[in-house]
Design a protein around this ligand. Structure first.
Ligand SMILES: *[C@@H]1O[C@H](CO)[C@@H](O)[C@H](O)[C@H]1NC(C)=O
Ligand SMILES: *[C@@H]1O[C@H](CO)[C@@H](O)[C@H](O)[C@H]1NC(C)=O
Length: 386
């Protein structure tokens, strides 16, 4: 390469870096700038301006810290090491994300071309309730950010107009001594408002029965037109593998849904996603303390892919221990099941730092679930109340 070639390539490289930083990609055939795929843009540059706007006016909000932080994945507390905070740690490796997008394309999933409007059209005029544990919380943050073009205000709000109901929808402390959750802050439910009376809300629960009581019980008597809404529910990871209480919880919930179906939002049960710890089948803790990280025992050094043997086992083929139980109970009660388990299994390399082989970086699993949920809702659409 002559000197001219070198200069040209330096010029092009710096132009490309510049484009990546600003969220645009260079279309080399036409020499004009096209916006970067919506989903890939999230892996490149945190939207600090949006985050700041979402935080202004939050002082004194009953939501406390949960009032603000739209699209601020890098502030995800689990993605930080201790109190230090080095840039954007909730972010996936952009090259890995590019690989994921192309693998998905081969499977007919165009996550790269996925437009916010495709999801918005499925939920327009309704509230999409995401009810679940921290895994669902992280997913909520991804859905909320994905729809940012439709925001009516950046500040999050409370789920209902009733102070009493909002109090019922706060998740307080959970008594699980091994897991450090005693120290956790109360977690209020929160909603983000979009155009055309559309909302996406997150309600925190840890146990399945909490989805029935208090959550659905309170929502059905407080939220106007709740029967028109859509509620995606999951709980599983706050039970140890093998806990007989999980089936009892599921059956309690299923019974509640059967008895109140007419007054409830359309209920969709979401799979419990696979984990990728070093322990058997990638799980983290067992009900009887027999294995895994339960009692503060050693954590795995890094996340791993499930072995061929595990992948071929009856339990993993059925969706892992939690889903084996949950899918059976939900299907028997004719509750719609949204199953992204198989699609999430290969994503062992997209977890957060700090040996967390449960939660995922952005954009990866959560954005994929959003895409798959859009597909699921498309099929449900004819059955949703007008
Ligand atoms: C709260 O009250 C306002 C004013 O009456 C109403 O427009 C809005 O729909 C209510 N929101 C909810 C979630 O009930
Ligand atoms: C996952 O895929 C395998 C192979 O196609 C299938 O047999 C299995 O039922 C699927 N499991 C779940 C939980 O969807």
């Amino acid at each position: 390469m002559g000197p001219r070639g070198i200069f040209t390539s330096i010029y092009l490289t710096s132009l490309l870096i510049n484009c990546i930083q600003t969220g645009y990609s260079l279309d080399t055939s036409d020499h004009f700038l096209t916006p970067m795929p919506h989903v890939l843009g999230m892996s490149v540059k945190p939207d600090t301006a949006l985050r700041d706007r979402s935080c202004s006016g939050c002082e004194g909000s009953p939501l406390g810290m949960s009032c603000c932080g739209l699209c601020a994945f890098w502030e995800n507390p689990r993605s930080q090491s201790g109190v230090h905070h080095h840039g954007w740690e909730g972010q996936c490796n952009a090259r890995q994300v590019a690989g994921l997008l192309s693998n998905l394309k081969e499977q007919g999933i165009d996550l790269e071309g996925f437009q916010p409007q495709e999801l918005f059209d499925q939920i327009k005029g309704r509230t999409l309730w995401l009810i679940g544990d921290s895994q669902t919380n992280y997913w909520f943050l991804a859905v909320e950010c994905f729809l940012k073009d439709y925001l009516v205000q950046e500040k999050r709000g409370q789920p209902t107009n009733s102070t009493e109901a909002n109090m019922w929808l706060i998740k307080f402390i959970e008594e699980l001594p091994h897991r450090g959750s005693r120290k956790a802050e109360p977690r209020p439910s929160m909603c983000t408002s979009y155009q055309e009376n559309t909302r996406v809300c997150f309600v925190r629960i840890h146990k399945v029965e909490e989805a029935a009581h208090p959550v659905l019980r309170v929502l059905k008597r407080t939220v106007p037109n709740f029967h028109r809404d859509i509620a995606i529910v999951n709980a599983g990871l706050h039970y140890g593998v093998g806990d007989p209480g999980y089936r009892w919880s599921m059956e309690y919930f299923a019974k509640f849904v059967r008895e109140h179906r007419q007054e409830l939002a359309t209920i969709v049960w979401k799979d419990t996603p696979p984990q990728h710890f070093d322990f058997e089948n990638g799980y983290y803790w067992w009900f009887d303390d027999s294995k895994g990280g339960t009692a503060g025992g050693p954590k795995s050094e890094k996340c791993r892919a499930l072995t061929q043997e595990e992948l071929g086992s009856e339990e993993i083929l059925a969706g892992g221990w939690f889903n084996q139980v949950a899918f059976e109970v939900m299907r028997a009660s004719r509750v719609s099941v949204f199953n992204a388990y198989n699609h999430t299994l290969p994503l062992w390399d997209f977890h957060l730092k700090d040996k967390d082989c449960t939660h995922f970086c952005n954009p990866s699993a959560y954005e994929l679930w959003t895409y798959l949920l859009k597909e699921h809702l498309k099929h449900l659409q004819p059955w949703l109340p007008a």
